[in-house]
Structures are given as structure tokens and as C-alpha cells.
Design a binder for this molecule. Structure first.
Ligand code: PLP
Length: 397
């Protein structure tokens, strides 16, 4: 998963170029920046790589979600359908926007279940945010028509799945907007950063304005620009963008290595009858940052997670107990504990403490994910395959 495994001279060179000019700001200073525009270059290369039309960098993936929501017109009082298996940031962005998170179950893709989304739609639903978890995609061929039929905004949280595709089309380009993160553990990292992509010029125009105090970015004198709408500051710095630019150029090699490493671990597990693998709508488009699989029941999953850890296998995740990635343990959210009053406190929202998502619980309680690393040697890969087989043999006894 993490691009930080592959930092090298390429990243150093890009950062040095920025430091040499002294211009860390992504806009303006045309005379002193010596033609170096790292954020702009990153946006152009990414839009091209994803065939996305437009890309606008932000200070984080969470910021990108906030920018996308605003640019798509999703705001106060709007219901937005999200999965319970996601990083909490998806939900935080909704609360910041004043929107109301509505949870729909996941299915064996570990992403939103299309039937559950359909059932969750009300007259107040404004948008759906599928989250492409752990490197692979939701069933967009089923989810997109549901959004289209009901005239709902479709925003993809693609923060964990840069490089994933379905039928050759990039994750993040199926709906109105796609959001990516480049935080320190993501496939491509720049320390802190994120991006909104869209093929809609009007959404793009709003996005770059929202992320920079409403500036229209017309002309080359910032002081003379107009501000057609209110915004805030979700800008990225040139230093972060420089690192991301070098990383992005390594993406295809990263995907290749991840896929080889993942296949080796998958092969090691494939003849155990208690294991079934996560369903990936288009397996060829898996970005392969994780190998996710289901055990027979919760007890077996817990046992195997424990045994793998004891045998020296790091990077094994049992999300069901995790208090960042699965709703079950988000007590602060369920009780809406915030530092200050949120818009949702002023509206009669759902009672999240009473929320019950049995199908998601049934799936998540049986799910393990193994993180796939870039830096493994063939010996390390073999060691891991051996541990997996030993632990599984023992479990099947
Ligand atoms: C990482 C992540 C985010 C937030 O990204 P940041 O850059 O850390 O703000 C949002 N959603 C998901 C699913 C993520 O994994």
C-alpha cells in the first residue's frame, strides 16, 4: 500500500526544485518561480493518467471530500448515503458540510450494497458516497444507475484505491466527482494531500474556488481576482505537491509489484475450504493494496488474526474491532460528541446509537485483510506464504 516505501532521488529532486525558487505557494509569483508549478503539473498528469478531465489538489483527502461536497451542491440538511466500513473522514466531511450521514449495508465487495442503497433513499437524499475500500472497487455498474434514476449526486471516496479500475475506467471517474488522499499511508503519498477529480467543468470551477477562499483564479494578479462564491483554505503547498508528482510517476510500477505480491499470498490461501475471497467486480482492476478474505465465522476470524500475529505476520487487520474504519466502535460519532455545536445538532437527525447494521456486522466480523507491501523480497514473500499455510492448516483441523 504505502508509497513511502519507495521514496528516492526522484522525490528529492522535485522538492529541491521548489526550494531553489523559494516559492512554496501554488499560485502566482510568476517571475521568481522559474516556470516551476508542481501542483499544476501534478493535477495535469493525474487527470491524464485517470482520464478524469479535471483535477484539483487539496490539503488532504478529507479536504477533497469537503470540496467535492460543496462543489456538487451537497450541504446543510441533505441526506447522504455512506457505508459503515470506511475511514471516519468520510463521515466527518459530511458533518462539517452540515449533511446527514445515512448508513447502508455493505456486501461481499466490502463496499456499499446496491440493494441497501436503494432501500435507504428518501425524499431528502441528495447524494451517495461509495467508498472503494482496501484497494478495490464497489460495484459501480450497479450503483451508478441507481444514482442516475434517482437524480442523486455520486461522489466516490477513492482515497484507498488510486489506480483501481472497472472495465478499464478509473475509480473516481464514475460519478460527479472522485476524491483521493495522498496522506502518509496511501498508495501515492506526499505527506498530506488529496485531490478532487471531475469531468464536469462547472464542478471543477466551484472546486478550485471553494478550496481557495472563493478565488476565480483568472489572470495572474491574485490581488485583482474576483470571488464569485465563498470558500475557505484547503490549498496544498508546492512542497507536498512536488513529492506527490514524483510518486505519481511510480504508480504503474507500484501497481505491478502489488499485484504480484498479492497473487502469491492469495495462491497460498486458495486451497483452504474455510476461506472465501472478497468479491471484486472487475478483478483485473484491483489495485492490490490488500488481500481481503472471509472466514467461516467471527470466532475463527479472531483466532486466525491472533495466530497470524503470533507467528510474526504483521499487517493483518481485523477491522471489526477497529475504531477508525468501522462504525461499530465509533462511540464519539454515535453520541455526536464534538468540540463545538455542529449543524446536525440543530436538526432532528437519526439516532445513531440505535443503528443496527446486521449484514455489515456479519460480513465484517468474518473479514481479515492482509496489507501488501512493495518492499518485500521473494524470501519475505515466501515466509509470509508459509505462515499463512501453517496457520490455516491448524485452523482447519
Ligand atoms: C485516508 C482516507 C480519507 C482521508 O484522507 P486524509 O488525506 O487522511 O484526510 C478518507 N476516506 C478514506 C476511505 C480514507 O482511507
Amino acid at each position: 500500500m504505502p508509497g513511502f516505501e519507495w521514496f528516492g532521488d526522484e522525490e528529492r529532486r522535485e522538492v529541491q526544485e521548489v526550494l531553489d525558487t523559494g516559492v512554496l505557494f501554488r499560485y502566482g509569483f510568476d517571475q521568481v518561480r522559474k516556470g516551476r508549478w508542481k501542483a499544476k503539473a501534478f493535477e495535469q498528469e493525474l487527470a491524464l493518467r485517470l482520464n478524469a478531465g479535471y483535477a484539483h489538489l487539496c490539503s488532504s483527502g478529507t479536504a477533497a471530500l469537503n470540496v467535492a461536497l460543496a462543489a456538487c451542491g451537497v450541504g446543510a440538511g441533505d441526506e447522504v448515503i455512506v457505508p459503515p466500513f470506511t475511514f471516519v473522514a468520510t463521515v466527518e466531511a459530511l458533518l462539517t458540510a452540515g449533511a446527514i450521514p445515512v448508513f447502508a449495508d455493505i456486501d461481499d465487495t466490502l463496499c456499499l450494497d446496491p440493494a441497501a442503497v436503494r432501500a435507504a433513499i428518501t425524499s431528502r437524499t441528495r447524494a451517495v458516497i461509495p467508498v472503494h475500500m482496501c484497494g478495490a472497487m464497489a460495484d459501480m455498474n450497479a450503483l451508478k444507475p441507481i444514482c442516475d434514476e434517482n437524480r442523486l449526486i455520486l461522489i466516490e471516496d477513492t482515497c484507498q484505491s488510486l489506480g483501481a479500475t472497472c472495465d478499464g475506467k478509473s475509480a473516481g471517474t464514475f460519478g460527479h466527482a472522485g476524491c483521493f488522499s495522498f496522506d502518509s499511508v496511501k498508495t501515492v503519498t506526499c505527506g498530506e494531500g488529496g485531490v478532487v477529480v471531475t469531468s464536469d467543468p462547472q464542478i471543477y470551477e466551484k472546486a478550485h474556488a471553494v478550496a481557495d477562499h472563493g478565488h476565480d483564479h483568472i489572470g495572474n494578479d491574485r490581488g485583482l481576482e474576483n470571488h464569485p462564491i465563498l470558500g475557505t483554505n484547503y490549498r496544498i503547498s508546492e512542497l507536498n505537491a512536488a513529492v506527490g508528482l514524483a510518486q505519481l510517476r511510480k504508480l504503474d510500477r507500484m501497481l505491478e509489484v502489488q499485484r504480484v505480491h498479492k497473487q502469491a499470498l492469495k495462491d497460498a490461501l486458495s486451497h483452504f475450504s474455510c476461506v472465501t475471497f472478497r468479491r471484486i467486480p472487475d478483478p483485473a482492476g484491483d489495485s492490490a493494496t490488500f488481500l481481503s478474505f472471509f472466514l467461516k465465522n467471527e470466532e475463527q476470524a479472531r483466532q486466525i488474526a491472533h495466530d497470524l500475529g503470533a507467528a510474526g505476520m504483521d499487517g493483518c487487520f481485523y477491522w471489526y474491532d477497529n475504531n477508525w474504519h468501522y462504525l461499530r466502535r465509533w462511540d464519539h460519532f454515535k453520541h455526536m460528541r464534538a468540540a463545538a455545536r455542529l449543524p446536525i445538532h440543530l436538526q432532528p437527525g437519526p439516532d445513531y446509537t440505535a443503528l443496527s447494521l446486521l449484514r455489515s456486522d456479519q460480513i465484517m466480523s468474518r473479514t481479515l485483510s492482509l496489507q501488501i507491501k512493495l518492499s518485500w523480497t521473494s524470501e519475505e514473500l515466501e515466509r509470509r506464504a508459509d505462515i499463512l499455510q501453517d496457520v490455516m492448516k491448524h485452523a482447519e483441523k
